[in-house]
Design a binder for this molecule. Structure first.
Ligand code: ZN
Length: 89
């Protein structure tokens, strides 16, 4: 028995973060939700994978970017799918 499986990143540690320019106003929703188009960026990067600067944007740490979501940025969705071939479901 080896511990090769330890190379797999621990669950809960997100590499791809859902981000959007705005969040739904608190009056509309108690949970934080992105408002407008959903983009995705890599943890540690301030630029979305479609190339937009997201340094002033809201990051939704507890939500997954879903490329097939109607609100997903098409450029982010295709780049995300290229980077994470196993994450398409
Ligand atoms: Zn995008």
């Amino acid at each position: 028995m080896t511990s090769e499986l330890r190379a797999v990143r621990p669950p809960g540690q997100r590499v791809w973060l859902l981000t959007a320019p705005y969040e739904v106003p608190r009056a509309e929703s108690v949970e934080r939700r992105p408002w407008g188009m959903h983009h995705v960026r890599r943890d540690g990067s301030s630029t979305t994978v479609c190339g937009v600067s997201a340094s002033a944007w809201v990051t939704f740490w507890t939500m997954d970017f879903r490329p097939l979501d109607r609100a997903a940025c098409p450029a982010c969705a295709s780049a995300f799918a290229r980077h994470t071939p196993s994450a398409q479901s």
